[in-house]
Design a protein around this ligand. Structure first.
Ligand SMILES: Cc1cc2nc3c(=O)[nH]c(=O)nc-3n(C[C@H](O)[C@H](O)[C@H](O)COP(=O)(O)OP(=O)(O)OC[C@H]3O[C@@H](n4cnc5c(N)ncnc54)[C@H](O)[C@@H]3O)c2cc1C
Length: 427
């Protein structure tokens, strides 16, 4: 085992696992706010930070690959950040403040940030690993999907969530005649009612993607070369499939923390300051399951904007004196622009105890989720001008019982008169 990279002449050493937007944003803040610290970013990927949001546009064939890149090696060099590509972390040793890689290298840290994101779940069915069956998270995946979709006439998409809709848009853009298999009775069922989902189903149909509801994949059929040719669902129906996109959710990349004292649930469990039980170890981005003070429970955000903000926030807290870090407060949002109408999900649209919705037109609709009298999230179709005031109201944690009608007014731009003595519960 070799010992790596700790420059003895440096003050503090910061190690970040993951060069997604969370890890990279953290490195940027650390570089900006320290004079002589050692900052190391370890990533399993082969290229520096790129725009994960844009890889769907690349896979559609609408933008060239260069537009996806965000940082090049020079960006890290200019900030004196040591970027280690193709470096997978296999464990951490918290007693020794050391990160150990799969190649057996050790990196000492004074403070460590875990920003390892997630990995798509695979389907536990026969031939799920056949050639032509893809999942979608990295630029490598996008290259494969673009190539497969361009050559395909027929395809199947599996999984009724936000990544599934990206696959559907890619199929439509690449003229693939696709069936979209959804286990539930509607797309994005944890956040949408039948009325809202029907708008999306119609838009998919118009683009040659047929939603098939309440069904699951039984197995895939392959040709003699092991390439997928068909998807067979739980009803025994057969869908010709020159290509298949599987988007049935992600699992947090926490396997390397097994056997360590760092607590893991659905992600790395951190407090409101993004700090684990170990005061030297923080987590940020999709992998972080942080204590949300408004909701009074641990949540994961799963969006680009939130991951960037968490990376910056964690870095600020890593630099702060012990116990002095700020709480992370953020209302994430996720915009879908594949159709003739825009769509946005914000906050935690599936965490409501009660829901109220309103239809304004053929492709204009709004649904809001309430919990403990607070607005906690929602989904908007058509008019996104209300997104910002609704996010602000969500962030405020203010009680809005009996005010849903006003929040659903077509021109809502805030509730100036709403006050609450204690909008955010203290932890
Ligand atoms: C196709 C697609 C479209 C999306 N569209 C949107 C959108 O429209 N809007 C939106 O808000 N969000 C979108 N997202 C989600 C958004 O991209 C993520 O929320 C965000 O990228 C998470 O950033 P992160 O830094 O937390 O994790 P990631 O970007 O997943 O980065 C984690 C990094 O850690 C590395 N890593 C993992 N394990 C290890 C290990 N053991 N050792 C070393 N390195 C490791 C990984 O290789 C990866 O590079 C989309 C995601 C995808 C895949």
């Amino acid at each position: 085992m070799t010992s790596q990279s700790i420059r003895e002449d440096r003050d503090d050493s910061y190690v970040i696992i993951g060069d997604g937007v969370a890890g990279s944003s953290a490195a940027d803040v650390l570089a900006e706010q320290t004079d002589d610290a050692s900052i190391t970013v370890l990533t399993a990927e082969s290229e520096p930070l790129y725009n994960r949001i844009l890889i769907k546009e690349y896979a559609k064939g609408t933008v060239p690959e260069e537009t996806v890149q965000i940082h090049d090696q020079a960006w890290y060099d200019e900030r004196d950040i040591d970027l280690e590509l193709d470096t997978r972390v296999s464990t951490i040793e918290t007693d020794d403040n050391a990160v150990v890689t799969a190649a057996g290298e050790r990196y000492h840290y004074d403070k460590l940030l875990v920003a390892t994101g997630g990995t798509p779940r695979s389907l536990p069915v026969p031939n799920a690993d056949a050639e032509g069956v893809t999942s979608f998270w990295t630029i490598e995946d996008a290259r494969r999907i673009r190539e497969k979709a361009a050559a395909a006439e027929t395809g199947t998409i599996v999984g009724g969530g936000l990544l599934g809709i990206d696959y559907a848009a890619i199929a439509a853009a690449q003229d693939v005649d696709a069936s979209y298999l959804i286990r539930e009775d509607r797309w994005f069922s944890r956040a949408m009612s039948e009325t809202g989902a029907a708008i999306v189903h119609d838009a998919l149909d118009e683009r040659g993607v047929t939603p098939v509801l309440e069904t699951t994949v039984d197995h895939f059929e392959t040709d003699d070369d092991g390439h997928v040719v068909a998807t067979v669902d739980s009803e025994g129906d057969v869908y010709d499939s020159d290509c298949v996109g599987v988007a049935i959710g992600t699992e947090s990349n926490t396997a390397f923390l097994e056997g360590t004292p760092i607590p893991v649930d659905d992600g790395v469990l951190v407090d409101g300051r993004l700090q684990t039980d170990d005061p030297d170890v923080y987590a940020a981005g999709d992998v972080a399951q942080y204590h949300d003070r408004r909701l009074g429970r641990p949540v994961k955000n799963g969006s680009w904007g939130s991951a960037a903000a968490q990376g910056e926030h964690a870095a600020e807290n890593m630099l702060a004196p012990a116990g002095a870090g700020e709480h992370f407060e953020f209302v994430p949002s996720y915009t879908v622009t594949h159709f003739s109408f825009p769509m946005a999900s914000f906050g935690h649209p599936g965490l409501g105890e009660t829901y109220r919705e309103r239809t304004y037109g053929e492709t204009e609709w709004r649904r809001l989720a309430f919990r403990d009298g607070m607005l906690v999230g929602g989904v908007l179709i058509g008019d996104l001008s209300v997104l910002q005031p609704l996010k602000e109201l969500t962030a405020s944690g203010r009680r809005v019982q009996g005010r849903a009608g006003e929040l659903l007014a077509p021109t809502f731009d805030g509730l100036a008169d709403v006050t609450a003595a204690s909008p955010i519960a203290s932890d």
